[in-house]
Design a binder for this molecule. Structure first.
Ligand SMILES: Cc1ncc(COP(=O)(O)O)c(C=O)c1O
Length: 316
């Protein structure tokens, strides 16, 4: 499959260049990112210390507030996602819980798509209610029912995962991005910015389990959220309290992974499509779900919003 089949494909030359150049603002002339394992920095004076303590996301104060290596990873993801800024977390789940607990309070209503990663689902179903956050689950493949549930009563946040883990159903990003009022959030882990960029569709925040494709080498437990600066900073206020910071080493591995993300993502999509076609024709296989297959029930939507069918397929 070429990206010609997919009119939504982002400009690959720009993206490929960004993958190798983004997130270098602190490392200076070093082509490899500099690893800063420090938790604390020396301060020149009490006034400097006071200033740093009051500067949101300062990278030379205390690493729960900000860390230079983590910051470079955040900058790189922000550039790839077309976001104003990003915030890295200790895992994908730390990103998801930080967004919801950072932006929602007791009494708030959240709409979430039913098709989502099992642990995210248990967070919304079992834990949000413990904090007084009421969650309505809707069918993510039905854009109308998402909008209706969000309009039916005051709603603070709409959360969707696309492509969804594990069965690869899709959520219409343009329809989601056109919802006004609640914050809209997309877990884009199964696609990544080479395949789709939810913020370009008007979605407010994109989250990733960077543990997966973004870092891509099975050596970083890492999450990230990206989007509007005011929202990311609001989540950061909670993040500093909750303490789910990304480790500098994992962020460093994450930057190394991002450098080859476009090449890996395209190659994985080619392999996934090849495997999906082979498996679909195999007599022992009941069903293959892959957004790049013509048999996928939302194939047209995949063409509109994804540059390829993505890197993951599901087999029954
Ligand atoms: C779609 C999706 N979101 C979030 C997560 C959670 O990521 P992590 O394991 O880094 O917490 C996963 C993990 O498999 C996932 O597949």
């Amino acid at each position: 499959m070429t990206t010609d089949d997919h009119p939504a494909a982002p400009d690959s030359a720009t993206l490929d260049t960004a993958a190798v150049t983004a997130g270098r603002s602190i490392s200076g002339a070093s082509l490899a990112p500099v690893l800063h394992p420090a938790t604390t920095w020396v301060v020149g004076s009490v006034d400097d210390h006071r200033r740093d303590a009051r500067t949101p996301r300062s990278t030379g104060y205390y690493s729960r507030y900000g860390n230079p290596t983590v910051h470079e990873f955040e900058d790189a993801v922000a550039e790839l996602e077309g976001a104003e800024c990003a915030l890295a977390t200790a895992s994908g789940m730390a990103a998801i819980t930080a967004v919801v607990l950072g932006l929602c309070s007791a009494g708030d209503h959240v709409v979430a798509t039913r098709q989502q990663f099992s642990v995210s689902s248990s967070f919304f179903a079992a834990h949000c209610p413990r904090f007084g956050i009421d969650v309505t689950f809707v069918d993510g493949t039905d854009a109308g029912s998402i909008a209706e549930a969000a309009a039916a009563r005051p709603t603070q946040l709409v959360y969707a995962e696309t492509p969804a883990n594990p069965a690869l159903s899709l959520v219409d990003l343009a329809a989601l991005g056109s919802i006004t009022g609640p914050f809209t959030v997309v877990d884009s882990t199964f696609a990544g910015p080479v395949v789709q960029r939810p913020l370009e569709h008007g979605v407010d925040l994109v989250v990733h389990a960077a543990t997966k494709g973004l870092a891509g080498h099975n050596d970083a437990l890492l999450g990230v959220l990206a989007g509007r600066r005011d929202l990311v900073e609001a989540v950061w206020e909670w993040h500093v309290v909750a303490g789910g910071q990304a480790s500098p080493f994992d962020a460093w591995n994450g930057i190394r992974g991002l450098r080859t993300l476009p090449i890996r993502a395209r190659r994985q999509a080619e392999t996934a499509l090849h495997l999906a076609r082979l498996l679909e024709a195999h007599p022992a296989v009941a069903r293959v779900s892959y957004p790049g297959l013509d048999s996928h029930p939302q194939r047209e939507l995949a063409r509109r919003q994804m540059a390829t069918g993505g890197t993951v397929l599901a087999v029954e």
